[in-house]
Each structure stands twice: as structure tokens, then as C-alpha cells.
Design a protein around this ligand. Structure first.
Ligand code: ZN
Length: 237
């Protein structure tokens, strides 16, 4: 099969284009198979879980604090009642009994107040934790959005570049003779259809040609279309 100089030029460009196409196809499929948001997503879920747990803990604390407050009210009203009974009573043994009860209630009141203070302190530090987690969650959400946006953009760029290359390939194929174009497309369906002979190697398969193969190719006339003996691609000298 003979090739004209114009066809040879088209084939050189096609060989370079095929190399770009291969690289771009590989990086596109890498982009498609990777989830860039995986790490940010895992962190986001972790923070969300912590936040939910902290909120539940705060609700529990709130409930416990309310119970303590109710108990305190009961103790206080009981103390008031006892004190008014003491004032009204003239029975000394009843007064002693009531005074003893007031003392016990007072002690209980002190304990409840200490508990309440403790719960309030716990609530305060938990509120700070919830604030931090909420901010962290928002940051991660923003990060996720950005990472996904960047990924989508990269994918779109790769697709556009690929489409441009394919369009250019189709243009170049039309400059080839019907026979060469058919040969090219047949080979393209199996692998890289065209390679350049560079430093004794074929750029389509990257294999070094043997000395015998090289001298056979060199002895072929320059306008004769040769093929790589290793991968069968059209080989341009
Ligand atoms: Zn080859």
C-alpha cells in the first residue's frame, strides 16, 4: 500500500493524536471511577453522628435538670410548710420533729443545688461542643460541594477535549485514501491504529523493534505503508 506525502503528514498527526487520546481516555476513566468526595464525605458523616449524639446528650441533661428543679421546688415548699407549722405549734415534741425534718430537707436542698449546678456546667460545655461541631459540619459541607464541583468540571473538560480529538481524527481520516482509512479503522477497533518509529521503538506499542525488523523497514521504499511487526499498527517512519 502506497501513501502520498499528504497522507503521511496526516498519519503523523494521527499518531500523535492517538497518544493524546489514550492518555485522555485513561485520565477520564480514572476520574469517573474515583470518588474525590470520599474522605470529606466520611468526615462529614462522622461529625454529623457526633452532633446527633451531643444533641441527644444535651436533651438528657435538660431532662435531668428539670427533674432536679422539680425536686427542689418540692423540698422548698415542704420546708416552708414545716416552718409555718413550727410557728403555729406549741407542742415541743412536734416542733423538735419538724425542726429535724427541716434540717434533713435543708441538707437535701443543698445536694440538689449542687447537682443542678453540675448539670448546668455540663450543659454549658456541651453547648460549646455543639457549636464547634455545627461549624465543622458546615465547613465540611462547603468542602464537599467544592470538591464535587471541581471533579465535575475536570470531567467535563476531559470530555470536551476528547470530543475535540475525535472530531479532529475524523477530519484527518477523510484526508486518507479509502484503503488507508479502512486499514486505520480496522486497526483502531483492536488497539492503537498508528505509531511513529522513534529510536527503534513503536509509539503505539512501545516495544523496541529487532535489528532485523528495523533493517527490513528501512529497505522498504519511503512511500510504502509499513506496519509494526509487534502490534500491527501502521508505522510511520
Ligand atoms: Zn507497535
Amino acid at each position: 500500500m502506497k501513501v502520498t506525502e499528504a497522507e503521511r503528514e496526516s498519519l503523523v498527526e494521527l499518531a500523535e493524536l492517538e497518544m493524546q487520546l489514550q492518555k485522555l481516555t485513561a485520565s477520564k476513566s480514572k476520574l469517573q471511577s474515583s470518588d474525590p468526595a470520599e474522605q470529606a464525605n466520611a468526615e462529614f458523616l462522622e461529625v454529623s453522628e457526633k452532633l446527633t449524639a451531643s444533641r441527644a446528650e444535651q436533651e438528657d441533661l435538660q431532662l435531668e435538670a428539670s427533674r432536679i428543679e422539680e425536686d427542689l421546688e418540692l423540698v422548698e415548699s415542704r420546708m416552708l410548710r414545716d416552718q409555718s407549722l413550727i410557728q403555729q405549734s406549741s407542742n415541743s415534741s412536734e416542733i423538735t420533729g419538724l425542726q429535724h425534718e427541716v434540717e434533713t430537707l435543708n441538707k437535701r436542698k443543698g445536694e440538689l443545688e449542687t447537682d443542678l449546678l453540675e448539670k448546668m456546667e455540663q450543659q454549658e460545655s456541651l453547648t460549646a461542643v455543639i457549636g464547634q461541631l455545627t461549624a465543622q459540619k458546615q465547613d465540611l459541607r462547603d468542602q464537599l460541594e467544592m470538591v464535587e464541583k471541581t471533579h465535575d468540571q475536570q470531567l467535563l473538560e476531559a470530555t470536551n477535549q476528547l470530543n475535540d480529538l475525535i472530531a479532529r481524527r475524523n477530519q484527518l481520516l477523510q484526508t486518507l485514501s479509502e484503503e488507508t482509512s479502512a486499514d486505520y479503522q480496522r486497526k483502531a477497533s483492536r488497539g492503537v491504529p498508528v505509531g511513529l518509529l522513534r529510536e527503534g521503538a513503536c509509539t503505539a506499542c512501545h516495544l523496541n523493534l529487532t535489528a532485523t525488523d528495523l533493517s527490513a523497514i528501512r529497505s522498504t521504499e519511503i512511500d510504502e505503508l509499513v506496519h509494526c511487526p509487534e502490534c500491527q499498527a501502521i508505522l510511520i517512519r
